[in-house]
Design a protein around this ligand. Structure first.
Ligand SMILES: C[S@@+](CC[C@H](N)C(=O)[O-])C[C@H]1O[C@@H](n2cnc3c(N)ncnc32)[C@H](O)[C@@H]1O
Length: 632
């Protein structure tokens, strides 16, 4: 396939640009063509026209093609010597003039799968410490390739990818997840990824360090020049540009001055600003054929990606460009009008006074993130640079005003801040959940400990109970045998009782047993017959209080005598039995002795000698107050 301009290849590039927004026309033609041809070979396509047809029907083929053209090869600290210089010389030089807490902005343009961006993060964190890093540093990392960006956002790499990293840095900045290693979450938040096409999109501004390595080299000289102009605009006055080993500043070398040409560090040239370039455009060429330069400069201004308005020394709008028309509504018709009369000066806050300052002081000025309402519904944000021209004249200078559209980054920043706030809130919630969990855990811990102690106590109580149980068991056994004995005794007692009762019942004599208090303890059937009272009516009653026909005053000395141990006594008395008849009774009382003790009661025997009528009854012996004399 040929090297020259191939209309079919041009159509193919045009098709890719229109259908996918990828503009490869600015890339080195021979290299892009070679890569497309390589891809065509892989799928047996022989012509660009045929390949265009394939792309139209097979959307996935775009991915394959982009993977072939956009080479994502990258590594941590690729080209170590240059990175060493960055660490030892360049970054300290950038940090030195910064005040405490001042932000540090870095852009990794063409970051591929993120290694370069994280390497920058590590380098900065090593210099300022993780705390300061989180507070001050932002590493913006962009690429045109979405697949590469999504890999970069994951921040996870294999062991082989980290080979270039010293062991201590790996341990410090990566956490192992199985066989993979993830970049530290707390520092990850400061690395912000986004899609940016260097050829078409506005740059990220106010940079201290712009790292664009092994990316520009794929672009042709013209496109490189265009990108470098944006880089120049994007860098702070003291900012540094860090290119790849194989990259030279092929054009626009006047925009940058080498710090170290070998390692590809450049600083922004002070005087060679767009202002001077426009001074050349307006008739004061410094070198080269004037007509050609002027045409080129006008062309450049016309197609510049920055909306530009040039105001001459008489404050009249001298020229504007296409972007100014598209973004600010400032058309060619405004040329010749007084700049401060433009509607734009009223609508962009601070523009008019900045313009006056630049004219008065003859020094450039920046306005950052200025709001501009393009319509009722659309608001844009611009970084505006005002540059005095005709610097050497004695009168007031002309002024070039450049508008860089930073709306996307402003929004991104806003979204980022919202996301950051959400993350912070989520983090705080997580924190309090963790604290709650910790408290719950502590409570659980103490509950478990309490339970363990209670368990111990229960254990010993159980042991005590077991012992008590054993003791009770043996007491129970003893009681059981006592009970058995008692039962036996009771049986014996019952038998003895029955025997006694039957003895008492079988006697033909009435028998009454009293205790020492003369309370009746036994009363047999004959006594029952004699007096008409049953044993249950008499037992427990005082003998002398019983309502029977006995003359108790005669009975008392007899019973007392037996109780006093005077031996047996007897007397004959007459009494009234239950039938109301007078009976003659032989009454005797004997002491009741329990084994060897003294008398514990008395046994009174009442034997009926016979019934008499009242006439027959013996009159009481007046000489014997206790009744008739006892029979021997
Ligand atoms: C070889 S890698 C370089 C990666 C890294 N900068 C380094 O040096 O290790 C080139 C990267 O540039 C990206 N790239 C190519 N054209 C681009 C463009 N127009 N805008 C932004 N990135 C582009 C590719 O997608 C690729 O990821």
């Amino acid at each position: 396939m040929s090297e020259g301009v191939d209309p079919d290849f041009e159509s193919l590039l045009e098709f890719i640009k229109e259908s996918r927004g990828f503009d490869f026309t600015g890339y080195k033609r021979s290299s892009v063509q070679r890569r497309v041809e390589r891809r065509m070979q892989q799928i047996d396509v022989t012509s660009f026209a045929e390949y265009l047809d394939r792309l139209q029907v097979d959307q996935d083929e775009f991915t394959q093609l982009f993977n072939t053209i956009l080479i994502n090869v990258t590594a941590f600290f690729r080209d170590p010597e240059a990175w060493r210089e960055l660490q030892q010389e360049v970054v300290p030089g950038l940090l030195a003039p910064k005040t405490r807490g001042e932000s540090i902005r870095i852009w990794s343009a063409g970051c591929a799968s993120g290694e370069e961006a994280y390497a920058l993060a590590i380098l900065l964190a090593e210099q300022v410490g993780p705390e300061e890093f989180r507070r001050r540093v932002k590493v913006y990392a962009t690429d045109v390739d979405e697949d590469a960006l999504s890999a970069a956002r994951h921040a996870t790499y294999g062991e082989k990818d980290l080979q270039a990293l010293p062991e201590d840095l790996r341990a410090k900045y990566f956490e192992r997840n199985g066989t993979r290693f993830s970049f530290r979450g707390d520092l990850r938040h400061s690395v912000i990824f986004g899609r940016n096409d260097l050829v078409q999109d506005a740059p990220i501004g106010r940079l201290d360090l712009l790292v664009c390595r092994n990316t520009l080299m794929y672009l042709n000289a013209e496109t490189q020049a265009q990108v470098l102009r944006r880089f120049h605009f994007a860098l702070n006055p003291t900012g540094v540009l860090f290119l790849g080993k194989a990259e030279m500043l092929l054009s626009h070398s006047r925009l940058f001055l080498p710090i170290d040409l070998k390692r590809r560090f450049f600083r922004k040239a002070e005087q060679v600003d767009p202002g001077q370039r426009f001074a050349v455009a307006h008739g004061r060429p410094e070198d080269g054929p004037p007509g050609h330069e002027v045409r080129l400069e006008d062309e450049t201004l016309l197609h510049s990606p920055l909306a530009t308005i040039v105001v001459n020394a008489d404050e009249v709008v001298a020229t504007t460009n296409q972007r100014a028309e598209a973004q600010l509504g400032v058309t060619k018709r405004e040329i010749g009008r007084i700049f401060t009369d433009l509607d734009l000066c009223q609508r962009v806050g601070g523009l008019r006074s900045a313009y006056d300052d630049v004219r008065r002081n003859r020094s450039p000025m920046w306005l950052h993130e200025v709001q501009f309402s393009r319509s009722a519904t659309e608001t844009l944000f611009f970084d505006i640079q005002l540059v005095p021209l005709d610097g050497e004249g004695s009168g007031r200078p002309s002024v070039a005003v450049f508008f860089s559209d930073v709306t996307r980054y402003q929004r991104l920043n806003g979204e980022l801040q919202t996301a950051q706030r959400q993350v912070e809130t989520a983090y705080e919630e997580l924190q309090s959940t963790v604290e709650e969990l910790e408290t719950t855990n502590e409570e659980l811990q103490s509950t478990v400990e309490e339970l363990e102690t209670t368990n111990e106590e229960l254990q010993s109580t159980v042991e005590e109970l077991e012992t008590t149980n054993e003791e009770l068991q043996s007491t129970n056994d003893e009681l059981q045998s006592m009970n058995d004995e008692l039962r036996e005794r009771t049986v014996q007692l019952d038998e003895a009782n029955d025997f006694l009762e039957s003895v008492l019942g079988s006697l033909r004599t009435a028998v009454v047993v009293v205790d020492t208090e003369l309370i009746v303890r036994a009363w047999n059937g004959q006594a029952d017959d004699l007096w008409g009272l049953r044993s249950d009516e008499t037992i427990g009653q005082h003998l002398l209080n019983l309502d029977i026909g006995l003359p108790t005053e005669r009975l008392r000395p007899l019973v007392r005598g037996a109780l006093n141990g005077d031996g047996d006594g007897a007397l004959r008395i007459e009494a009234i039995n239950r039938r109301g008849r007078t009976v003659r009774l032989a009454v005797s009382a004997s002491p009741l002795r329990l084994r060897h003790s003294g008398p514990t009661g008395a046994i009174v025997l009442m034997d009926q000698a016979g019934e008499t009528t009242e006439a027959e009854a013996d009159p009481p012996d007046p000489s014997d107050p206790a009744g008739p004399a006892p029979t021997p």
